[in-house]
Design a protein around this ligand. Structure first.
Ligand code: SAH
Ligand code: SF4
Ligand code: F3S
Length: 452
């Protein structure tokens, strides 16, 4: 069958979709670039906020309807919302051919075969001890995701992820290194190591490094050892990872980020709020001062390190002074970028037992205020790049203006520049920055840097 995958949610879902597509290809199905050309459409869903689920449900209902004009079409769902809703999903989307939960997507090909043979409304959910998840890939792009840590063991009061993704499980370092090396052999130049709380890698369960040689750089903590091992893979230009948590921002992590040349000077470090009262109720496990100290530890060793974050506005009980504390934290840390979300109660989480008492208009207002703060701070931080030269991994023609190219520098900033003759996606170029916007840098290629 021809197939198309729709992906909602985070990078982990993007990665899971790629692995699912690789499974379908191995089973003889053929990916197509447009949904309307597909006999099989699978929606990889997200549950993190109510709106994310509404989108996936709406999409699935439309797809089921499209069977009328597309005879023989199969419609399936996968991912976090499937895992959360379970059998209720089949009631909410009548006509769905199959649904497969997180950590269970290896069942996709047999589900498709059974659906082709006439089975309807099939459901397979993942279980907590399922670690046999697919790690296949499609054709190489300059940049690739590699999952290193499944699930999450934190219990942030607002968050559905631990329920839908299950407990933490660290992949063996050997498997990760082998996967990255295979990607590099295919032409990948940059990898992003993924985990919900990625710095927790190797901190649960048995010692993932048992039996492996000692770290050449003398690192003792499991995550710094991992980025050291990945950085040693020849031909890999850049190593990224996401998301961080302040508890993992150790002195050793800072040292590893400073010493390991391929490791990008960027950490996505969600803070969620600047108010200790709110952080406490969120059960984030740190105070605003501890968060700032973690950022300082990093910046001390890696002065150019970009710090980006996530914020939730309108968490239950968030007062004007709590919100003012978040704004003050923005001024103190000066994030390079931030993703701001309006609190959405998730059934079954602790916070959902408390009244969702910040009116939507107030959430909206706080959201806008922070976006404006971030724009101003982001612009100032980006303007500091004007006149400097930065190394950019070229990705291809820019979406807005195809005569220009775009890529990202180590800090993760989008850099737009005029291409030179013979430039290829995946080349590293040195770009002198001439102009800045809150989200983008503009410049000219100075000379070709570390092209392959
Ligand atoms: N594992 C990552 C976050 C994954 S969810 C981490 O902890 O760093 C991505 C972001 O969605 C979170 O950082 C948080 O800001 C937001 N989020 C999670 N649950 C939410 C909810 N119930 N309502 C609004 N935003 C939420
Ligand atoms: Fe959710 Fe917290 Fe785990 Fe992130 S660390 S996935 S916010 S529970
Ligand atoms: Fe959404 Fe699941 Fe990611 S809930 S944010 S797709 S882990």
């Amino acid at each position: 069958m021809t197939f198309y995958l729709h992906t909602y949610g985070c990078q982990m879902n993007v990665r899971d979709s790629e692995a699912a597509a690789a499974l379908l290809v191995a089973a003889g199905h053929e990916p197509v670039a447009q949904e309307r050309a597909a006999d099989l459409v699978v929606v990889n869903s997200c549950s993190v906020r109510g709106k994310a689920e509404d989108k996936a449900l709406g999409k699935l209902r439309l797809l089921v309807k499209s069977k009328r004009t597309h005879p023989g079409r199969l419609v399936g769902a996968m991912g976090c919302m499937v895992q959360r809703l379970g059998p209720a999903l089949l009631d909410q989307v009548p006509g769905l051919d199959f649904a497969v939960g997180t950590r269970a997507s290896r069942h996709l090909p047999p589900l498709v075969s059974a659906a082709l043979a006439g089975a309807a409304g099939q459901l397979v959910l993942g279980t907590a001890d399922d670690t046999d998840v697919p790690h296949g890939h499609l054709a190489a792009t300059p940049s690739a995701y590699v999952t290193v840590l499944l699930g999450c063991n934190r219990r942030c009061a607002y968050c559905i992820v631990p329920e839908v993704r299950g407990p933490e499980s660290s992949r063996p370092p050997r498997d990760i290194v082998a996967e990255v090396a295979a990607r590099v052999a295919d032409g990948v130049r940059e990898v992003t190591l993924l985990g919900q709380s990625v710095l927790n890698y190797g901190r649960q369960g048995s010692d993932v490094w048992a039996g492996e040689p000692a770290s050449p750089g003398g690192y003792r903590e499991p995550f710094p050892r991992l980025i050291e091992a990945v950085s040693a893979i020849p031909g890999l230009a850049r190593v990224r990872f996401t998301s961080g948590h302040p508890s993992g921002c150790s002195e050793e992590l800072a040292r590893a980020m400073a010493e390991l040349a391929p490791v990008a000077p960027h950490l996505h470090l969600p803070v969620q709020s600047g108010s200790d009262a709110v952080l406490g109720r969120m059960r984030r496990g740190y105070t605003a001062a501890e968060y700032v100290a973690a950022v300082e530890r990093l910046r001390q060793r890696v002065p150019d390190c970009a710090i980006t974050t996530d914020i939730i506005v309108g968490f239950p009980g968030e007062t004007e002074s709590d919100f003012a504390a978040t704004r003050a934290l923005f001024e103190q840390v000066r994030f390079d970028n931030s993703f701001i979300f309006k609190y959405s109660p998730r059934p079954g989480t602790r916070a959902a037992e408390w009244p969702d008492d910040v009116p939507d208009a107030v959430k909206e207002h706080r959201n806008r205020v922070l976006l404006d703060d971030q724009d101003r701070i982001g612009l100032a931080r980006n303007e500091a790049w004007v006149g400097r030269t930065t190394e950019v991994l070229a990705e291809g023609p820019s979406l807005r203006n195809p005569r220009r190219w775009s890529g990202r520098n180590g800090q993760g900033k989008i850099v737009v520049f005029a291409p030179v003759e013979g430039l290829q996606a995946g080349d590293c170029v040195r770009v002198r920055i001439e102009r800045a916007k809150p989200q983008t840098l503009y410049g000219v290629i100075e000379n070709r840097g570390m092209t392959s």
